[in-house]
Design a protein around this ligand. Structure first.
Ligand SMILES: *Cc1c(COP(=O)(O)O)cnc(C)c1O
Length: 385
C-alpha cells in the first residue's frame, strides 16, 4: 500500500495546490489528465518498467552494512539508488516524465537544475528519446558546477544561465516555468522533485514509488520482522524520501527525513507559497524566500515538497536536522567502513543515524542511498586536504 492521492485540487491536507498564473493552468490540467490516463495504462507501465530495468539498471539492491553496523550499534541497510544509471534516484522520475511527454506528443523538455544532477538526468532522458532539451541553471551554480554543465552539453542539451535574483536554483525554477508558459504546445516541463504545482508533487512521487515497492519486497525476504524499525532519507525537495517512505507508509516503521540545518524547510520554515505550491518555506521576517545554505548543493532548496509538510503536520513522518560537519564525518565513515563513497545528500541521513545511535541502539534502519559520491570527491578533497 502506498500513500494516498492528493485531493482533486492537488492538496495533501492543507498543503500543495496549484498557485500558478492563469496562462499555466491549462498546461497543468493537460498534464494531470495525461498522467492519470498513462498511469492507469498497463502498456505505459510496462514500457517504463522496461526502461528502468534495461537502461537504468533496476532493481537496485539492498546492502547490509556489517562493519558500519558493528561500529554504530545500529543495524544499517542501504537501498542502493547510487547504483542507477547517472548515479542517483533522479533517473526514475526523468524516464517517467520523458516517456509521458513523448506520449503527449511533445518534442522538447525544459528543466531546472541546481547542482546539475537533475539537469544531467533530464539531458540523458532527452538523448535517449531523441528530444530537444533546455536546462535552466543559476549563473552562480554554472560556475560552481562546470563539470555538470559540460556533461549536459555533451548529452546534447542547451544550458541557459538564470540571471535573475540570487542566480541559483529558485531562479532557475522561475525561468523554466516562464519558458514553459510560452512553449507549452511542444514542450514538457520536466520538474526535478516532488514540488511545484499539482500534479507534479503527486506525479513525481508516483515515479519514485518504485524505490519503496522494491524495498518493501526486499525487506520482507531479508528481515525476520519483514519491515525495518526506521526508514530514513535526506530531504531537499523530498523526492527520494517520499519514494522510499511510500513503501512503508502503512507499516509501523518510523519515517525520518533529514534536512541540512541551513535549509531546513520543515524544521525551521513557515507555511508559504512558492513555485506554485503551498508548503513549509524558509522565509525572512518580511516574508521573502530565504536562500538555503548547505555543503550539499543538491539540498540547497528553501522549500520542501508539500506532502512532507503534510506528513510532518499529521505526525506520520518526522524531520531531523544535521550540520555540515556531521555530514563530512558521515561521508568519511561510510567510505571507510563499507567501501561506498556516498553523495553528500544521503550522507545527511547517515549523519543523523550516527548522532542518534544511542537512541537507535539495536534497531534496524533502512537508509535510502540516493546517490553516489563521485560528484562530491573534488569538493571533499578541498575540505579534507
Ligand atoms: C537531487 C538529489 C537529492 C535531493 O532531491 P530530493 O528530491 O530531496 O530527493 C538527494 N540526493 C541526491 C543524490 C540527489 O542527486
Amino acid at each position: 500500500m502506498s500513500l494516498p492521492e492528493p485531493s482533486s485540487s492537488g492538496r495533501f491536507g492543507e498543503f500543495g495546490g496549484r498557485y500558478v498564473p492563469e496562462t499555466l493552468v491549462p498546461a497543468c490540467q493537460e498534464l494531470e489528465a495525461a498522467f492519470r490516463e498513462a498511469w492507469a495504462d498497463q502498456s505505459f507501465r510496462d514500457e517504463l518498467d522496461g526502461l528502468l530495468a534495461d537502461y537504468a539498471g533496476r532493481p537496485s539492491p539492498i546492502t547490509e552494512c556489517h562493519r558500519l553496523s558493528a561500529e554504530l550499534g545500529v543495524r544499517v541497510l542501504l537501498k542502493r539508488e547510487d547504483l542507477n544509471h547517472t548515479g542517483s534516484h533522479k533517473i526514475n522520475n526523468v524516464l517517467g516524465q520523458a516517456l509521458l511527454a513523448k506520449r503527449m506528443g511533445k518534442t522538447r523538455l525544459v528543466a531546472e537544475t541546481g547542482a546539475g544532477q537533475h539537469g544531467v538526468a533530464s539531458a540523458t532522458a532527452a538523448a535517449l528519446m531523441g528530444m530537444e532539451c533546455k536546462v535552466f541553471m543559476g549563473e552562480v551554480d554554472m560556475e560552481r558546477q562546470a563539470l555538470n554543465v559540460f556533461r549536459m552539453r555533451l548529452l546534447g542539451a542547451e544550458v541557459v544561465p538564470a540571471m535573475s535574483g540570487s542566480r541559483t536554483l529558485k531562479d532557475a525554477v522561475n525561468e523554466a516555468m516562464r519558458d514553459w508558459v510560452g512553449t507549452v504546445e511542444n514542450t514538457h516541463y520536466c520538474l526535478g522533485s516532488v514540488m511545484g504545482p499539482h500534479p507534479y508533487p503527486w506525479m513525481v512521487r508516483e515515479f519514485h514509488t518504485v524505490i519503496g515497492k522494491e524495498s518493501r519486497e526486499q525487506c520482507a525476504k531479508l528481515l525476520e520482522n519483514e519491515i525495518p524499525d526506521v526508514v530514513t532519507a535526506c530531504v531537499g525537495g523530498g523526492s527520494n524520501a517520499i519514494g522510499i517512505f511510500s513503501g512503508f507508509a502503512d507499516t509501523t516503521a518510523e519515517l525520518v527525513g533529514v534536512e541540512p540545518a541551513g535549509g531546513a524547510a520543515v524544521g525551521r520554515g513557515v507555511p508559504g507559497v512558492v513555485h506554485g505550491m503551498k508548503s513549509y518555506l524558509m522565509q525572512d521576517e518580511f516574508g521573502q524566500v530565504q536562500e538555503a545554505h548547505s555543503i550539499s548543493a543538491g539540498l540547497d532548496y528553501p522549500g520542501v515538497g508539500p506532502e512532507h509538510s503534510h506528513l510532518s503536520s499529521i505526525g506520520r513522518a518526522r524531520y531531523e536536522q544535521v550540520t555540515d560537519d556531521e555530514v563530512i564525518a558521515a561521508f568519511q565513515l561510510l567510505s571507510r567502513t563499507e567501501g561506498i563513497i556516498p553523495a553528500l545528500e544521503p550522507a545527511h541521513a547517515l549523519a543523523w543515524i550516527s548522532r542518534d545511535r544511542a537512541k537507535l541502539a539495536g534497531k534496524t534502519v533502512l537508509l535510502n542511498m540516493s546517490g553516489r559520491g563521485d560528484k562530491d570527491v573534488g569538493q571533499m578533497m578541498e575540505i579534507l586536504g
